[in-house]
Design a protein around this ligand. Structure first.
Ligand code: C2G
Length: 129
């Protein structure tokens, strides 16, 4: 079984996230999604609308997702890859190059982001409406 992992906040879940998770699953047979906790989002400088528990429930409901785990730190990726015997790390190409060091542990795949949509854009447009 080929295992894939990806990481993210996934706030105000939208079709850009779904596109990413669909293509991440296509890289293997089993997709693990590490969802950033509320505390880690503070480290990332992200203010979330939905709590970790709410975002976890939403991501778990996606047909492509097999397991959701918490993302508590930048540094946990190698441990996760080893603990879950991950074959492929996937993330959007807004992160291109940032995680190349993980090539020592698994395949690293950067997928194109879906243009025109982002959580920030949704928040800004709702504020203006
Ligand atoms: N994404 C995408 N297209 C968009 C928006 C997001 O493909 N229009 C992808 C991002 O590239 C990322 C995933 O969806 O792979 C989740 O996006 P975010 O919730 O913004 O996650 P991010 O803050 O980038 O967290 O340790 C890694 C970080 O936790 C990544």
């Amino acid at each position: 079984m080929k295992k894939v992992i990806t990481y993210g906040t996934f706030d105000l879940l939208h079709y850009g996230h779904i596109n990413l998770l669909k293509r991440a699953k296509e890289q293997g047979d089993y997709l693990i999604v590490a969802v950033s906790t509320n505390e880690f989002n503070e480290v990332k400088g992200k203010k979330c609308y939905f709590s970790y528990e709410e975002r976890k429930k939403l991501v778990e409901a996606i047909r492509y997702v097999d397991l959701v785990i918490p993302e508590n730190s930048w540094e946990q990726k190698v441990d996760d890859i080893q603990e879950y015997r991950v074959d492929t790390f996937v993330i959007g190409d807004d992160w291109k190059g940032e995680f190349d060091s993980l090539n020592d542990y698994c395949e690293v795949v950067y997928l194109n982001r879906t243009p025109e949509i982002s959580t920030t854009k949704i928040k800004n447009e709702l504020r203006l409406s």
